[in-house]
Write a protein that binds this ligand. Structure first.
Ligand code: ARG
Ligand code: ASP
Length: 719
């Protein structure tokens, strides 16, 4: 008995991580995880995946745009990512006549590929541990308590010094960055190469690429073909260059082989990508704060707002188009917060973190290291003290600043008012034109004053119900004073009186502009009051930030010391990571098992021609009826669509290449199940699954559905 207990304790201490947990840094992979990966089935050597001095699989993995991952799949710059990652570009090129969102887009030759100003693709050339260097530099500072240890400006300054001006100038598109890990206990420097001529090659229609839309978002079993195809261009020397007709497809250092063999339950799977943010090192108090303030406010407020939006969208097709992207953005984080709170409660994550911090307190006492206990005490106190401010800030943000669109009316009116008072005609004309432009930007094609008005009434009602008057912007007192607390009348009055309230008001103002009218404009006053409140809250909360950062760093340092040599990984921070695990289903409820692979059969089951989210294109139905899947079918004859795996991923991992034991591409990551999003705080082995579009479905859509099979000629496809 005793021996059994001892073995158990030793195992628990030695492996504080659950199997499959982890977003691993590539330079540490060999020492930390490689044997376990091989034991799970990996057939590669560590240097096949990552090698500091030669090309490896990691060189095929890129940052796509500002927050997604992509992968290179040909020697001619071809790149795969998600449909939802390329959504902005696909939308930008869409018009009523050429509606690529609805119908898809396929370049049938290089000339037809569409340039995307502003879109970039970034390769990670080099990753170096610079902890000693940064710590030495930090030690030179006069004030040991300054916040340079987390400051991007300071750290990137160090990176530039280290790399040298000449090196950066001689290498176009190259940049360097030093990022803090483990709360600022460890530093890595990244040398990056950014390409800015990235062209759209193809995208399936939304009825494939966004099939299931919001209803299916964060859900398994899933049936979405969430992929799009781009091509990276460079100058004749392979260097980054702005868009130019002279540019040529980039020959990357590395591109992925593709496997048509498919997956079986329990197969090894791994992916590399750029996970954005996790909170594994939360204390119990932060878990509670996240649940009771951040997530709760978000869920409650968005629910009300989405209700209004949805009602208006269903009533009016024009509004549906205007608000579909806003609605999707809103529900994405909303559903995530619901899953997050579900996991916090179901798995008692508060207690999980408490056990860990109590263990550290014990360890600190035994080893005469009181700093860690002190750090925990100050975290507890600080989180307690910022409670009210945090609630106010989240309420203001969700209900008012994000919730009400007219908080974004132009407020920068001083120069115009001055010009009006000075009767400076030339300046007046100039400033009036600027105001008109700002007004047009505010009232873009996706704005409906009617919808905004309805939402504002609901948002203000709720905001005022939950916050005492002293915790609201002072200006809101007019609602009581002038409107007897009737927010409906208040909002109607704003729209009736403001120059931004409707077109006629604007015209009236333009024909006889006056400084007084602008200065007393109720919408401007409202927006300014909200901005001021936001600035004040940000300022007050900032007082806690330094203390938090220092205590958090100390806490994480304690954990690292306590666990000694045991493999650990830092929280996600949008740097290149690897996660591995197995293709696997899961049990969401008693007696229910979700298998790991979905097929086109499921698309047909979900089909609903009357619901835009579940429309299936006729041509896809034809392929289905004829079972005409060619070499992309599974041995059962079915068409694979998506699969799930135990890999540890988060937002930013969208578009990540999913590789089999031989390092061949088997899918593109695009989502997680809602039961697994709590993994951002604590990995949940029985619940957390990455959702991955099967590469066979991707190729089937490109080749057979879209008839763009010529693109496959440049890929290395293994049957
Ligand atoms: N939930 C996925 C991720 O966070 C996909 C979001 C895009 N799809 C959507 N229906 N909004 O970002
Ligand atoms: N859908 C997410 C993304 O866009 C991935 C996730 O949160 O699992 O990065």
């Amino acid at each position: 008995m005793k021996k059994g207990l001892l073995v158990l304790i030793v195992t628990v201490l030695a492996f504080p991580l659950k199997a499959d947990e982890g977003m691993w840094l590539l330079p540490l992979l060999k020492q930390q995880k490689f044997p376990e990966m091989q034991a799970l089935g990996l057939k590669l050597q560590d240097y096949d995946i990552y090698s500091p001095d030669s090309s490896a699989l990691k060189d095929a993995v890129v940052i796509f745009g500002g927050g997604c991952t992509g992968e290179m799949v040909s020697s001619e710059g071809l790149l795969l990512t998600n449909h939802h990652c390329g959504y902005g570009q696909i939308q930008m090129h869409s018009t009523l006549e050429n509606d690529y969102l609805t119908n898809g887009f396929w370049a049938m030759s290089r000339e037809q590929e569409l340039p995307n100003p502003g879109l970039t693709v970034t390769f990670i050339d080099k990753i170096e541990d610079v902890t000693d260097f940064v710590k030495k530099e930090l030690a030179k500072e006069d004030d040991p308590n300054n916040m340079n240890f987390l400051s991007p400006k300071y750290l990137n300054g160090l990176a530039k010094t280290r790399a040298g001006d000449a090196y950066l100038q001689n290498n176009p598109g190259l940049s360097v960055e030093i990022k803090p890990f483990y709360g600022g206990n460890v530093y890595y420097m990244f040398t990056k190469k950014t390409y800015s001529d990235v062209r759209l090659v193809g995208a399936p229609p939304s009825s494939i690429g966004k099939f299931g839309a919001d209803t299916d978002n964060w859900m398994w079993p899933r049936h979405t073909g969430d992929f799009s195809v781009f091509r990276v261009y460079a100058d004749a020397n392979g260097n980054p260059s702005e868009y130019s007709e002279q540019n040529v497809p980039l020959r990357p250092k590395r591109w992925l082989n593709i496997s048509l063999k498919g997956v079986q339950e329990n197969d090894f799977a791994m992916m590399m990508g750029f996970p954005g943010r996790t909170n594994k090192y939360y204390t119990s108090w932060e878990v509670a704060e996240r649940r009771d303030i951040d997530n709760t406010v978000r869920i409650n407020i968005r629910e009300l707002r989405q209700q209004v939006m949805l009602e208006e969208m269903l009533n009016d097709p024009a509004v549906r188009i205007q608000y579909s992207s806003k609605y999707a953005g809103s529900t994405n984080a909303y559903k995530n917060s619901i899953g997050s709170n579900w996991a916090i409660n179901k798995h008692n994550l508060e207690q999980v973190k408490k056990v860990e911090q109590d263990k550290l307190i014990e360890w600190g006492r035994k080893n005469c290291q009181p700093d860690y206990e002190e750090a925990l005490l100050s975290l507890e106190q600080l989180i307690h003290e910022r409670k009210d401010l945090r609630f106010r800030s989240w309420m203001l943000d969700e209900a008012i600043s994000r919730g009400i669109e007219f908080t974004r009316v132009p407020t920068d009116i001083q120069t115009l008012c001055d010009a009006l008072r000075a009767k400076d005609k030339a300046e007046q004309q100039q400033q009036l034109r600027l105001l008109e432009m700002a007004y047009k930007r505010f009232k873009d094609k996706n704005y409906s004053a009617e919808v905004d008005k309805k939402i504002a009434k609901v948002m203000l009602e709720e905001y005022r119900r939950l916050l005492p008057p002293a915790s609201q912007p002072a200006y809101f007192s007019v609602i009581d004073k002038r409107f007897k607390g009737d927010v409906g009348r208040f909002v109607d009055d704003l729209f009736a009186k403001s120059v931004f309230g409707d077109e006629r008001n604007m015209q009236k103002f333009m024909s006889s502009p006056s400084a007084k009218a602008l200065e007393n404009d109720p919408m401007i006053l409202f927006a300014v009051a909200v901005q001021k409140e936001k600035a004040a809250l940000t300022q007050d909360l900032a007082n806690f930030e330094d203390g938090y950062a220092i205590a958090h760093k100390t806490y994480v340092e304690g954990l690292l010391k306590m666990y000694g040599d045991k493999a650990n990984f830092p929280d996600a921070n949008f740097t290149l990571r690897l996660t591995y695990g197995q293709v696997k289903g899961y049990t969401p409820h008693d007696a229910v098992y979700y298998r790991c692979q979905t097929t086109l059969d499921g698309v047909m089951e979900k089909e609903d021609p009357d619901n835009w989210e579940f429309v299936v294109p006729d041509q896809l139905k034809k392929f289905y009826a004829e079972k005409n899947f060619g070499r992309y079918a599974m041995p059962t004859g079915q068409m694979p669509v998506a699969f799930s795996a135990t890999t540890h991923t988060t937002g930013g991992n969208s578009g990540s290449p999913v590789l089999n034991a031989n390092g061949e591409l088997i899918g593109i990551n695009f989502d997680r199940n809602w039961e697994g999003v709590g993994g951002d705080i604590q990995y949940l082995p029985d619940y957390q699954r990455s959702i991955i579009v099967d590469i066979r479905y991707v190729l089937f859509i490109i080749d057979k559905y879209a008839g763009a099979g010529y693109l496959l000629n440049e890929m290395n496809i293994k049957e």
